[in-house]
Design a protein around this ligand. Structure first.
Ligand SMILES: [Zn+2]
Length: 122
């Protein structure tokens, strides 16, 4: 006899009944779909969206892999400086902010250097 044990995606109870059931009860199904639209999910989606948007802005302003742009150009493009995927500090104290492979570094006089990380690994 084939054992086809599945567990509820919400409470981890063993599910009885149809093979395609994902939840042990209507209550757990409702909980699951409510959580999909919960505040934290919305919040995380918004951040993910902002970072992806930041990346495409940086991409567009930096088609050749290296560029120097004024802060106002970044602001006008809609870059949100609060969100990035990672920060890279060099030994001489410079701080690069990355949105995935696209990064920027603040220079003097409100200018920024745009860079692209080659062989992006994380
Ligand atoms: Zn359940």
């Amino acid at each position: 006899m084939e054992t086809d044990k599945r567990n509820c995606k919400v409470c981890d109870e063993t599910i009885h009944g149809r093979r395609d059931k994902q939840f042990c009860s209507d209550h757990c199904r409702a909980t699951y779909y409510n959580n999909l639209n919960s505040d934290i999910t919305t919040f995380m989606r918004r951040i993910n969206y902002t970072i992806r948007k930041n990346r495409s802005i940086l991409c567009r302003l930096n088609p050749n892999g290296k560029a120097r742009v004024h802060r106002m150009r970044l602001v006008d493009s809609g870059l949100n400086f609060d969100y990035y995927t990672n920060v890279y500090k060099t030994r001489n104290g410079k701080t690069y902010y990355f949105c995935y492979d696209q990064g920027y570094l603040e220079l003097e006089d409100d200018f920024f250097a745009l860079v692209v990380k080659e062989n992006y690994v994380g």
